[in-house]
Design a protein around this ligand. Structure first.
Ligand code: AP5
Length: 241
């Protein structure tokens, strides 16, 4: 997917979107945040981090943090703020705040959004934009019911919209593809409720700060990607460098 997009004229040799953007991605579960962030991170050459991926790898390793997180994730609830903020702060302070970054799945509520601003302030940098992928609920159900994720590298596929070349095998690393525990219907419903109650207010927070970029998340993965790039280019013109 990335290679195909890079081949496209709108991205090839483009230096107007420089490599120090600092972005967070917001949107309901299954909106396509992970899919877009993984691709954009390569295109823009900035590191990305998904709090969901980090927590899932802690669960898989059986660590103390993983055991704690699993209780919340299996129910579709947010993992406690202190735990997640510590993970993000550590990652940003390791040089990623300065290099530019994309965060997937953070912030999830107002406290996390405010803490992120404080962390960035201490690092002497500012968020470029909060990218909100707007996708209606019925489309989310279609996307999550067919999602496959790689056990090894976290790459995301869809049985219909973005199938792997070989059944249940990751194109990128050959790892085994599986269906996430929290993609069961009742858990998806709870995740959506949590999104409406806790994460939606974060949109206003960034709208008030004039950092919100609303992207229509419907259409193919490449179409959505193109929209994000175009909107970012417009927003950051003459601002980031
Ligand atoms: P997390 O992993 O962040 O889950 P989420 O936000 O619910 O988002 P998803 O990963 O489900 O969806 P996505 O938007 O990334 O969509 P994707 O690209 O995969 O969090 C999981 C749990 O961890 C939380 O419930 C919570 O417990 C905990 N957690 C994480 N962060 C936390 C935080 N900050 N604070 C507290 N707790 C936290 O796409 C979905 C499917 O659609 C894929 O199959 C994909 O191939 C397909 N697709 C993508 N785009 C398109 C398109 N344009 N057209 C067709 N199909 C598409």
């Amino acid at each position: 997917m990335t290679e195909e997009l890079l081949e496209e004229k709108h991205l090839k040799g483009d230096t107007s979107l420089v490599s120090r953007v600092r972005l967070v991605f917001l949107g309901p579960p299954g909106a396509g945040k992970g899919t877009q962030v993984k691709t954009l991170s390569k295109i823009l050459n900035v590191p990305s981090m998904s709090t969901g991926d980090v927590l899932r790898s802690e669960v898989a390793s059986g660590s103390e943090l993983g055991r704690l997180a699993k209780n919340y994730m299996d129910r579709g609830e947010l993992v406690p703020d202190d735990v997640v903020i510590k993970i993000v702060e550590k990652w940003l302070r390791e040089g990623n705040a300065k290099r530019g970054f994309i965060l997937d799945g953070f912030p999830r509520n107002l406290r996390q959004a405010r803490e992120l601003d404080e962390i960035l302030k201490r690092e002497g940098v500012e968020l470029t934009a909060a990218v909100y992928l707007d996708v209606p609920e019925d489309e989310i159900v279609r996307r999550l019911s067919g999602r496959l994720s790689c056990k090894r590298c976290g790459a995301v596929y869809h049985i219909q919209f973005n199938p792997p070349k070989e059944d249940l095998k990751c194109d990128a690393c050959g790892g085994e593809l599986y269906q996430r525990e929290d993609d069961r219907e009742e858990v998806v419903r709870q995740r959506f409720r949590v999104y409406v109650e806790s994460t939606r207010p974060v949109l206003d927070y960034y709208r008030d700060a004039r950092k919100l970029l609303v992207i229509n998340g419907l259409g193919t993965i490449a179409e959505v990607n193109k929209r994000i790039i175009e909107e970012l280019r417009e927003m950051t013109r003459g601002r980031v460098g």
